[in-house]
Design a protein around this ligand. Sequence first.
Ligand SMILES: Nc1ncnc2c1ncn2[C@@H]1O[C@H](COP(=O)(O)OP(=O)(O)OP(=O)(O)O)[C@@H](O)[C@H]1O
Ligand SMILES: [Mg+2]
Length: 491
Amino acid sequence: MSDIVLATASADFEERVRRATGGMARCLPPGPLPVDPAHLFLQLGDGPRPEVVVLDDAAGAPGQALALADLFQRQCPDIAVVVVSDAGDAIALPAMRAGVRDVLDPAAEEPHIRWVLERAGQLARHTQAFAAAGPSAPGAEEGRRGGRVIGVVSPKGGVGKTTVATNLAIGLAQKTSLPTVLVDLDVQFGDVASALNLDPEHSLIETVHGPATRDTMVLKTFLTQHASGLYVICGPPTPAAADNVTGQDVSRLLEMLASEFAWVVVDTAPGLSEHTLAALDRSTDLVLMTGMDVPGVRGLRKELDILGELGMIPDRHQVVLNFADRHSGLSTADVEATIGTGVDLVLPRSKAVPTSVNQGIPLLQSGVRDPMTKQLRRLVEQFTASAAPTADRGRVPIKAPAAPRPEPVLAVPRSEPVLAVPRSEPVLVTPRPEPVLAAPRPEAALAVPRPEPVLAAPRSEAALSTPKRRAPRITSESGRHRARARPRWAR
Ligand SMILES: Nc1ncnc2c1ncn2[C@@H]1O[C@H](COP(=O)(O)OP(=O)(O)OP(=O)(O)O)[C@@H](O)[C@H]1O
Ligand SMILES: [Mg+2]
């Protein structure tokens, strides 16, 4: 007999089902019907995922059993739902539309109940076997290979991680039409829900504990769906709740998600917490962000150093500079010289961003015409263009599978900065006009405001508009090998 779960308010019907199944059926505790499959799984606790769910129409509000059956059909199509109803033929059509396998009369006798449940169980097993072997929904191939996990990180807060992560996830879902999930790993103060105007039923907590941890199909029922089709795991409702999430939880969650989704975008808290390190460990791609300010850029350099030493920077990574404007007093070249590697994308400071954040509608969802929207599209394209891991891009050391990785302890003794390792001669270097900037900057340059008129205007202009100075986004080889004298403030 199949694994059966029964939700009914009738002790008499429950008894007949128990006898028909040889005592195998599990009964939900008395009370109203669960509102969705996730709540039903929560009520089941640690037990296995059922093959057949029997929902008594009389146990809930009118129509609730069919509404729940409909959710099962969408979220767990391999679980067969049987509805118990005395509505006769009147329920046949709505039941069919809700994907119900069969309808049982509350007065049905034991043999009939057994026959219906056995048949429903067989159908469920066939569906499961077909799904396991069968051909593919879009994205299933990627899923089998393991989806791409993109971590969005920065040493400092407020540099635009959530803005970039939400737009990137929406952009990837739209552009590729592949299953995409966004995970808010800012476990204490995550604001992805607010950035996407979501009111989630479940948060990160339910996805790392209980039934969701054993089965990806069950896990999916705990995700929140955004209007764009994107799936989202929102941060916990309170900072205290975050204490219940460990690095191991994060690691397991991302592994499960990568087996089911083609794109897993991970927003993180500033710095290198246990959760962020666990996410980095699972990431196939990285977006490293900084704003245009000296402490932020210095922080990014340190982060690159330490992650390089730990071998935690994957081949596919993008350095993204946010809040670019001509008044910051820093140029892209300054930043590159300081961090020792090229900047892949420059995002302009834009008034459209706070508006979109306040409305909870990301720029790539609304399609607002704005230079920021354009740059975010370029970021998405950068990911969709790099289908397979590229060979050594001549950047920081990549994950070396064979080499034993040191424990991710941040206090690792620092040897020579990994980013400063001898670089091969630039392959693509087209001699660039040696910028005024490259000259060592006078100490005074540190003190903001920076009055130097030569530096300010033209440089920032170039940083933002780019085409002449930077090949669009794929600056990799040329950009990365360009070793520049670090400005004095960065030494
Ligand atoms: N390019 C931009 N132009 C103007 N405002 C921006 C830009 N990028 C981000 N912002 C604004 O900066 C603020 C911080 O952005 P965001 O929340 O994305 O940063 P964060 O790195 O996720 O912050 P935290 O580390 O605190 O989570 C937000 O109010 C956002 O609207
Ligand atoms: Mg954030």
